[in-house]
Design a binder for this molecule. Sequence first.
Ligand SMILES: Cc1cc2nc3c(=O)[nH]c(=O)nc-3n(C[C@H](O)[C@H](O)[C@H](O)COP(=O)(O)O)c2cc1C
Length: 653
Amino acid sequence: MVKDWILFQPLKIGSMTVKNRIGLAPLLNMPRAADMGPNEATIRWFEARAENEVGLIMTGTFSPLLPLAPGGAERFGELAEALHKHGAKLGIQIGVGGPMGGQGPSLPPYPDKRHPKQGISEYLTGNISPIPLITSVAEFKVEQIEAGMDLFARAAQALKEAGVDCVELHCAHGGATLYCSFISPFYNRREDEYGGNWENRLRFPTQTLRRMREAVGPDYPLLARISANELLGDAGITIEDTVQWIVPAMEAAGVDALDVSQGSILHTPEGITIPLYYPRGCYIEHAAAVKQAAKVPVIGVGRIVELEMAERFLKEGKADLIYLGRQLTSDPATARKYLEGRPEDVNKCIGCLEGCGTPCPINYDILPEAVKLEPAAKSKKVLIVGGGVAGMEAARVAALRGHQVTLIEKGRALGGTVATLALDPPTAEFGNVVEYLGGQLGKLKVDVRLCLEATPEVVKSFEPDAVIVATGASLVVPEEVGGVPGVMDHLQALKARLSIGRRVVVWGLMYGAELAIGLAREGKDVTLLGEGGEDILASHASNMRRWWILRKLVDFSPARAGAEAALVENPKVLYFTRVQAVSPGRVRVVNRHGLERRLAFDTLIISRGRRRNEELIQALEGQVPELHAIGDCSAAANINRAIFSANEVVRAL
Ligand SMILES: Cc1cc2nc3c(=O)[nH]c(=O)nc-3n(C[C@H](O)[C@H](O)[C@H](O)COP(=O)(O)O)c2cc1C
């Protein structure tokens, strides 16, 4: 029985008993008031998780100034009270930006030995903007350090008095935070008593923790989040350093639990905002190493999606509590669904990094302004045409509202473009949403008709009250290229992967970049080309995901200035390159300097623009009582648009 799992047993953190071992990882992107503090929307957002069996709710970072501002502590108190009604404990993560706080990931070369120019937040000035005013670790004055300790101590005390259950000091993520920047040999080049060796670099965070401890008394739970490995090799914090220096120092300073993360926001964000390209649970060994050395409970985190994995990590002694971050944005009810014996109902995170808080592309309900899902005033006969994720989500929501739903799809399977992209190993996690929606349609007994092409006559034969067209978009293949042997579009290539030859040319720098990497990994000899430059490369993906792709494809060494092809061997990338002619086995290209080349290929894959499939919607205009278009056929976009447009239409039906 799931309820007997270790995951659902209580855990003591200092004097606090958490009802189970599931925590919400700190995520900055929770809804907030204009001053970045909590408001009603924040409370509702966290409550949605607390009421669904999350034992410990840890907030994203708050500035220590907020609890001290007039009315600040009470607002945190209201949040605590709301969560306590559900038996959850509330932790507030407090922290302040480091040299790179508030910035997106930087590009290699890394580790970048240059001392970062930008630095620490001027939090002492009362500036609580999310993009802090900054100076560098070296420039941070001893008086500021002193005042900083005092500020954090008073914040912890105010939060305790407001009824918050515990406080977590954010000492992780390299240049993202003040404290990690001090700990890190990579960011801290001071030569005074706060730099130079481990003892000195740990002085500021551990003295702060001691001050916090003095302020809150011996029994109040204090946690610290650390980057147990900055993923910067020997230049940064290594796991060995953590075990030898950080764990004992933090314990001696009085922490009651260690939350083990990794990475540095600018240089190694793949440890923090882990993209879908990384295996689930890939960093748990960091927590495991800390657990070997620590006396206090250890929290493990990182792309943990299914609770079977969380349970296994606990059983193997790798952690005492598991934080789920993005999984609890895609499905706040994950834990409840397991407890109720229906894990198949969990909407699993796809790791796309396109929001992770507000919004989450696959969870429309996460929006504070989401239209509530309520029974329809009148049950209608709803016909949905197209079984991609937009059509599937529309069918799910319409059925939940009590409509009589039929979904017709011309292909042999559901899932459309997203299911096809999921055939590519780097983006296999996209399959989660298809699996989830497919399961839900089965449970809701939606009438699904596969292999049925929708013509206006077919549509009318169903005598629908409302028709929702979700026919998607098609990749544009230039006329002169279609029909040449060995040429296929991106989606055809994924469906016929085994027929892809050894020498591959991928034409199209956006989605094509992910495909090119996947094919190169399989040992193909790949050239990726397109008319644009690096700014176009993988520009379809969120910054945090794109960063990973760029690091694979682009050489960032200063020597390269002005070069047009990336230095990586495979895939080769040709920018500003137009295709002039394609013949069997040969593509003739020209770059912006007029230089022509002939590239030999076994397979040429086209991954360029997409065209909306709008023929049906046009043909049905005026032919049916109610007509809507959703997803790519209304605007060729992405999963987010597919899911959200389906909800916007169907919740108003
Ligand atoms: C959008 C986003 C915001 C985050 N904000 C914070 C934060 O405020 N503080 C922090 O310590 N970690 C933050 N993290 C890291 C998460 O707490 C967590 O470690 C990470 O998302 C990996 O866990 P997951 O795969 O379960 O999401 C953030 C991650 C994401 C994706």
